[in-house]
Design a protein around this ligand. Structure first.
Ligand code: PMP
Ligand code: GLN
Length: 382
């Protein structure tokens, strides 16, 4: 987050991962899986390197990957995307978000997000000198109040950033909420940015991309990433799809952020996007089982648990364990119990910290034995 003196603090993920490493704690803080993804995808990257895909690819992304992204949007969501004009490949969802916010806002424009929000939103809004407005999501269901949503969006709003499924809470927005966002974007001539990196990790239902709602596609930038879907968070391959004028404005900025992205990883992710449906449903089912494992472990340890509908994370209330300051609790947890986690306050502006002061995020994108070990360790807190 951009501090009052204009400096950027170290991210909470860097802080807690360093602490987990130093204390040999089970790292349920930063969200990354501890198993490799599909062998076909890994093999395709090795082959691309052997075949010489080692120089700058086109900045917009290689055609093979852009075509695979368009096919994926058609197969799963029946969305028609022009791979040549409506897709931009990026260095993870992070670069897609940064390029989008920098391209589409002027200093002083308002950007609305939900709160808690993924940390990079606030940092980039600050770097763009835009004004950050929020709509709160409150425990235990983390759904927005529609009156508060209506009140936050005005003619000053340039962008509405939605993150569905949501990090850190694992909530999924109702179609009524998605439709209200679209209605308000039309009324106030705002652009919607939707971060759907957990699109394939929805447990009980199918994911509804915001861009599929009536009237949405014409003013929506949809962002996703291969990291979560293919267990390749370290590859940093992401993308956005958007109407051509928006995509080209964002590409103009992207040129000066990274110019282009890892050449041999792009054809490999194209292979991943074409995997059969059973790969995608299998990954979600495995993760749902792991969610249940960790939720049971957290409950047995005395936490209050808000069971998530999607994604990598569960929010646990540490108040029953005596916590009053989530950041302090997470700083002490590796020494106390040998487990690392992330305070929800890291996703909340300074003035609203007290609303989230006992809530902690744990990642369950880990092997069963790791989650069992973490659960046993956490029982020592009782
Ligand atoms: N948005 C959300 C909601 C995320 O959770 C993450 C990473 N976990 C990102 C963006 C960044 O994705 P990437 O690693 O592809 O840059
Ligand atoms: N998105 C990951 C998380 O929420 C972390 C990514 C990062 O380290 N910046 O845990």
């Amino acid at each position: 987050l951009l501090g009052p003196d204009g400096t950027l603090a170290q991210t909470i993920f860097a802080e807690m991962t360093a602490l987990a490493t130093a204390t040999n704690a089970v790292n349920l803080g930063q969200g990354f899986p501890d198993e490799d993804g599909p062998p076909e995808v890994l093999e395709a990257a090795r082959k691309a390197i052997s075949d010489g895909a080692n120089q700058y690819p086109p900045g917009v992304g290689i055609p093979v990957l852009r075509q695979a992204i368009a096919r994926h949007q058609k197969r799963f969501y029946d969305l028609d995307i022009d791979p040549d004009r409506e897709v931009v490949v990026t260095a993870g969802a992070t670069e897609a978000l940064a390029a989008t916010i920098l391209a589409l806002t002027e200093p002083g424009d308002e950007v609305v997000t939900f709160e808690p929000f993924y940390d990079s939103y606030a940092a980039i809004i600050g770097l763009a000198r835009a004004v950050h407005r929020v709509v709160p999501l409150r425990a235990p269901h983390f759904q927005p109040d529609h009156e508060q949503l209506r009140a936050a969006i005005t003619d000053r709003t340039r962008l509405i950033i939605v993150n569905d499924p949501h990090n850190p809470t694992g909530s999924v927005f109702s179609t009524e909420t998605l439709d209200l966002v679209v209605e308000l974007a039309h009324r106030h001539d705002a652009i919607i940015v939707t971060d759907e990196v957990y699109e394939h990790l929805v447990f009980a239902s199918a994911h509804t991309p915001l861009a599929t709602r009536a009237g949405a596609a014409e003013r929506t930038v949809s962002i996703s990433s291969a990291g979560k879907t293919f267990n390749t968070t370290g590859w940093k391959v992401g993308w956005l799809t958007a109407p051509a004028p928006l995509a080209s404005a964002i590409l103009a900025v992207k040129q000066y952020l990274t110019y282009s992205n890892a050449a041999p990883l792009q054809p490999a992710i194209a292979v991943g996007l074409d995997l059969p449906d059973t790969f995608f449903s299998g990954a979600a089912a495995t993760l749902a089982r792991r969610r249940d494992l960790l939720c049971a472990g957290l409950e047995a340890a005395g936490f209050g648990v808000a069971v998530p509908s999607a994604g990598y994370f569960v929010v646990a209330d540490a108040a029953p364990l005596g916590a009053t300051d989530a950041h302090e609790f997470c700083r002490a947890l590796p020494e106390r119990a040998g487990v690392a986690a992330i305070p929800l306050t890291a996703f909340v502006r300074p003035e609203r910290q007290s609303d989230y002061s006992t809530l902690v995020r744990f990642a369950f994108c880990k092997r069963d034995d790791v989650l069992q070990e973490a659960s046993e360790r956490l029982r020592s807190l009782r």
